[in-house]
Design a protein around this ligand. Structure first.
Ligand code: NAP
Length: 249
């Protein structure tokens, strides 16, 4: 299929999980993709997997210098952006009694400040009529013990989509939020100290999902493709929940 033929996409957090599955899908649909992440080894693996029409730029979204470097590479190599998937995110599951200022700063720096400047610094390169997709989470509308900071960051992301939809409407740039429910990616393991603990966490989430299982990264890639392509030409400012029904019933 060629639904993104000739399009240039930037995907932050494109080296793993949802971002990697989406990078593969976008390339299969005819796009050229720039992916980012902090770990060079993961980026190298992702580039090998995607195989063609991809450039990896190592960097941390919470660093202004790294974002400037990312967009300098995009400017030099392609000169424009049609699709921005601001998807990098982290989670540390910590109860209210244990939250430290360091945990708060780290989570907001990546998930909120990093995402905001990812978008702001992309705008000079964005073509009119482009699509911006922000990865939030159904955690933004649910109370989940241990997720106060993370959920608050994702509520901020959902809010950005509302404001930016209006701020960017004159350029024909659509902004939408993509909110995954629990999806089987390495972010699950990052919340557990052992394999058994990770399996327990996944089983607990699966029980809370009407469809009875975790999502797959490729199912989120399908939703991202919809928001990125002309298939969603009359869709703006929404929160597309891909969650097996978890936050819907
Ligand atoms: P993942 O497999 O852990 O992928 C996260 C990606 O973000 C990696 O490529 C990671 O690379 C990158 N990243 C993390 N911190 C970064 C930083 N400071 N700068 C640049 N890149 C950074 O997790 P995922 O599940 O695909 O998560 C993708 C997004 O979906 C996140 O925003 C997450 O909050 C959201 N989400 C996931 C789920 C779920 O259940 N999986 C549910 C709801 C929402 P490096 O570590 O190398 O930097």
């Amino acid at each position: 299929m060629n639904r993104l033929k000739g399009k240039i996409a930037v995907i932050t957090g494109g080296s793993s999980g949802i971002g990697l599955a989406t990078a593969q899908r976008f390339v299969n649909e005819g796009a050229y993709v720039f992916i980012t992440g902090r770990r060079q080894a993961e980026l190298d693996k992702a580039v090998a997997l995607i195989g063609q029409n991809v450039t990896a730029v190592q960097g941390d979204v919470s660093s202004q210098e790294d974002l400037d470097r990312l967009y300098a590479v995009v400017q030099t190599e392609k000169g424009a952006i049609d699709i921005l998937f601001a998807n990098s995110g982290i989670v540390d599951s910590i109860g209210i009694d244990e939250i430290s200022a360091e945990h708060y700063d780290k989570t907001f720096d990546v998930n909120v400040k990093g995402l905001l400047f990812t978008v702001q610094k992309a705008l000079p390169l964005m073509r009119n009529g482009g699509s911006i997709i922000l990865t939030a989470s159904i955690a933004s509308t649910k109370g989940i013990p241990g997720y106060s900071t993370y959920s608050a960051t994702k509520a901020a992301v959902r809010s950005f989509a509302r404001t930016w939809t209006l701020e960017l409407k004159d350029r024909g740039i659509r902004v939408n939020t993509l909110s995954p429910g629990p999806v089987d990616t390495p972010i699950m393991e990052s919340q557990a100290s052992t394999r058994a603990e990770a399996d327990q966490l996944k089983a607990r989430f699966a029980q809370a999902i009407p469809l009875g299982r975790l999502g797959r990264p490729d199912e989120l890639a399908s939703a991202a493709l919809f928001l990125a392509s002309d298939e969603s030409s009359f869709v703006a400012g929404i929160d597309l929940c891909v969650d097996g029904g978890m936050a819907q019933v």
